[in-house]
Write a protein that binds this ligand. Structure first.
Ligand code: PHE
Length: 453
């Protein structure tokens, strides 16, 4: 299909444009906010090791499958799946991949935007010198005050949603490429500077040990599920975001090379964030398992003390907000494009509808940090539930379905045609991982987490 069937949205201007957009989607709060805090909550090294194995053994192969399916179908995930079902003569139930992906994207964005709002509010705090010379206690209570204020959270969530929907309304090809081209490398450099600063602190070695020395006694079955779920979340897999970006990919581009590149960049950012944060945690006597507020309670301590901290702090939260923003766009893009293609809506109207729905849903997350923080189901707040349901259940299930579809149902000739890398060792490895390893692992991890094995 690719080659003679162009996406109705045009194509990326080059291979690099795709790489930048997909990296923009992958690198976000997942790397800098979520990875450190779930690593802290799940005991460090062993958790990180499982996460890295999942990235290499499941994440990269499924990313290749998802991009490949997107390029073959050249449409929104739902329409792509219906084309692929026709081509492979498979049942139309596989379109569920597209539907559940659209739903997952909407649910994730609803809380993602609230967290991105924290980052926006920290831009203002940094620039006005709130953190200058402040100690851990002050910064901790500052963060606590933010969470306790539904009005402030709502304000920043609203601002972030408006920013996101403006870009989506204009179409992803415009602007996004250029922004990501400069901002991603800057974020990377800034993280390296932060790691450099962390090295100068007393507890750098302890931070490294926490991250990289596995202690399997600290790893639970649920921790393994969280590590695997995070591999999907951080690479934006299993919900169609990467599939829809793949739909714009020029026919000749190597899917394998680009996928590896994106995964490596994404993982590097996460590890750098961990290396910057844990030394601060330990040298200030903080708790690694402090939860979702971890980076917001640790990094400002460093910015408050380091030379040029006002500048670096402001820049950091600006760049983090941008990283969140380029991920947010890809979370809602499948839903918006679907409304345009299948409901015949104007793109602007589709954005307003999708944006308002997501914004409303986000209010649940906001309240779960204050007014309804005691309301729990399965011992989880509304935010925790949404996060758990999407990252640890919906994305891995979506990825599982994609793996099965790509390796068991699609005509081999079509798959090979898209990959265009012959039948050498690289292809064979992919095939083996996607056909057997990924599905079996996902199922075992699921069963293990619910205590069935
Ligand atoms: N990968 C993004 C992050 O790590 C989040 C995301 C998940 C984006 C799923 C798109 C799809 O922040």
């Amino acid at each position: 299909m690719s080659g003679n069937h162009e996406s109705i949205h045009g194509l990326w201007s080059s291979r690099w444009a795709f790489i930048l957009a997909a990296t923009g989607s992958a690198v976000g709060l997942g790397n800098i906010w979520k990875f450190p805090y779930i690593t802290g909550e799940n005991g460090g090294g062993a958790f990180v090791l499982v996460y890295l194995i999942c990235i290499a053994g499941i994440g990269i192969p499924i990313m290749m499958a998802e991009v490949m399916m997107g390029r073959r179908g050249r449409s929104t995930p739902i329409n792509t799946m219906s084309r692929l079902c026709v081509e492979s003569g498979s049942s139309r139930v596989w379109k569920l991949i597209g539907w559940s992906g659209m739903l997952a994207g909407f649910l994730i964005l609803s809380f993602y935007s609230v967290i991105a709002g924290w980052s926006l509010s920290y831009v203002l705090d940094s620039i006005t010198g709130t953190f200058s010379g402040a100690d851990a206690e002050f910064i901790g209570s500052h963060f606590g005050n933010l969470l306790a204020s539904p009005g402030a959270l709502l304000f920043w969530h609203t601002l972030f949603m408006v920013m996101t929907m403006i870009v989506v309304a204009r179409g992803v090809e415009h602007g996004l490429e250029k922004a990501v081209r400069f901002l991603m490398p800057s974020l990377f450099v800034l993280l390296v500077i932060m790691v450099g600063y962390a090295m100068s602190m007393g507890e750098f070695a302890r931070g490294v040990e926490f991250l990289f020395k596995p202690d399997f006694s600290k790893l639970t079955a649920n921790g393994v599920l969280i590590a695997m779920g995070h591999a999907f979340f951080t690479l934006s897999l299993g919900m169609g975001a990467i599939m829809i970006y793949g739909a714009y990919l020029p026919a000749k581009t190597s899917i394998a090379k680009t996928s590896v590149l994106i995964a490596v960049a994404d993982t590097t950012v996460a590890l750098l964030a961990g290396l910057a944060i844990f030394p601060i945690v330990f040298s200030n006597g903080l708790e690694p398992g402090a939860g979702p507020g971890l980076i917001f309670q640790t990094l400002p301590i460093a910015f408050g003390q380091m030379p040029g901290g006002l500048f670096f702090g402001t820049l950091f939260f600006v760049l983090l907000s941008f990283a969140a923003w380029s991920s947010a766009i890809s979370l809602i893009e499948p839903a918006v494009t679907w409304l345009v293609e299948n409901r015949g809506m104007e793109r602007f109207k589709a954005c307003v509808i999708a944006g308002i729905a997501t914004w409303l849903m986000g209010i649940g997350t906001i309240l779960s940090f204050n007014i309804i923080s005691e309301v729990k189901l399965f011992d989880k707040t509304f935010f925790d539930l949404l996060d758990y349901l999407t990252a640890n259940i919906m994305l891995p299930l979506g990825g599982l379905a994609m793996a099965i579809f790509a390796a068991w149902l699609m005509p081999k000739i079509a798959v090979k045609d898209e990959f265009n890398m012959g039948e050498g060792i690289a292809y064979q490895t992919w095939y083996f991982l996607v056909r057997y390893v990924a599905p079996v692992t996902v199922i075992i991890v699921f069963l293990n987490a619910v205590g069935l094995i």
